[in-house]
Design a protein around this ligand. Structure first.
Ligand SMILES: NC(=O)c1ccc[n+]([C@@H]2O[C@H](COP(=O)([O-])OP(=O)(O)OC[C@H]3O[C@@H](n4cnc5c(N)ncnc54)[C@H](OP(=O)(O)O)[C@@H]3O)[C@@H](O)[C@H]2O)c1
Length: 252
């Protein structure tokens, strides 16, 4: 049985991946994860592909264990693994909540490693891993320090795994700029200078670009002009300057 496994499937980019994979009709089942059971159930009733739900908090080991057990019992092969569950909260480090900062590390770093560990034995020739990072992972960013650091981890992980797992498994590190999802509202970042987040890419565009880049075995997928510009320009900007730009630009 061929499946797609998507974390963060209840919203935004993860949900756009569910919709896209549903229309492809390439897999027998789509396995979706997120904390909101009612939303997972809605996905179950709206997709034409059979949906299996894995409700729960990815920062606990329970979700990974359940997925691992299901993969073992069904002997399913993962065609697409999408790791999209993530959160990001901006703000000066000293004024930010300790709990939020640790949740960012747990969800954006630890849980990513956990899910990949659980899923990898079920992946093989022709499988694709889409790893959701961010342009924030290209350089340090003052006033977004923990999020940027967590996404630098994701980007580094994705690029390393790409080399380890090729040619059988394609790994695409997806690095969008601002995407039109509930992400910023959900993370309740306060004090952000809104003008930097007005130009938003549609999540569907991020997904289409990710699939196109996956087919070409590209390492990165940057949808939109801002993401492409940051990917190119970050090499010319020293880290301390990028961090300073973040301090000045991101927070009022
Ligand atoms: N939106 C942007 O501007 C943007 C830009 C660059 C990169 N990204 C990255 O893209 C990814 C997806 O972001 P998005 O814009 O789609 O955000 P979103 O709309 O807020 O969706 C986040 C998803 O993560 C899930 N999630 C959050 N905390 C979780 C937890 N503890 N355990 C399990 N699932 C959890 C949420 O589901 P539940 O609430 O149901 O748990 C939701 O499905 C993230 O990794 C983000 O860092 C986003």
């Amino acid at each position: 049985m061929k499946i797609a496994l998507i974390t963060g499937a209840t919203s935004g980019i993860g949900y756009a991946f569910v919709e896209h994979i549903d229309t492809l009709s390439e897999v027998d089942e789509i396995w979706v994860s997120g904390r909101r059971i009612t939303v997972l159930e809605k996905i179950q009733s709206s997709c034409k592909t059979r949906i299996r739900t894995f409700p729960g908090d990815c920062t606990t080991k329970a979700v990974g264990h359940e997925i691992e057990h299901a993969l073992h019992t069904t002997k399913a092969c993962i065609s697409y693994l999408v790791i999209s569950a993530g959160m990001g909260k901006a703000g000066p480090f000293r004024q930010s909540s300790y709990t939020d900062q640790l949740t960012m590390v747990d969800l954006n770093c630890r849980a990513v490693v956990d899910i990949i560990h659980c899923a990898l034995p079920a992946m093989g020739k022709g499988s694709t891993l889409f790893l959701l990072s961010s342009i924030a992972g290209f350089s340090p960013l003052g006033n977004y320090a923990v999020y940027a650091a967590s996404k630098a981890f994701t980007t580094s992980l994705g690029i390393s795994l790409r080399e380890e797992l090729r040619p059988d498994i394609t790994v695409v590190t997806v690095t969008p700029s601002s995407v039109d999802t509930p992400f910023h509202r959900i993370s309740k970042s306060t004090g952000i200078k809104k003008r930097y987040f007005t130009q938003k890419t549609a999540p569907e565009k991020v997904v289409q670009k990710a699939f196109a880049d996956g087919q070409k075995h590209h390492a990165y997928s940057c949808a939109g002009r801002v993401a492409i510009a940051v990917r190119v320009l970050h090499r010319c900007i020293p880290n301390h300057l990028a961090a300073l730009l973040g301090c000045r630009a991101l927070y009022r």
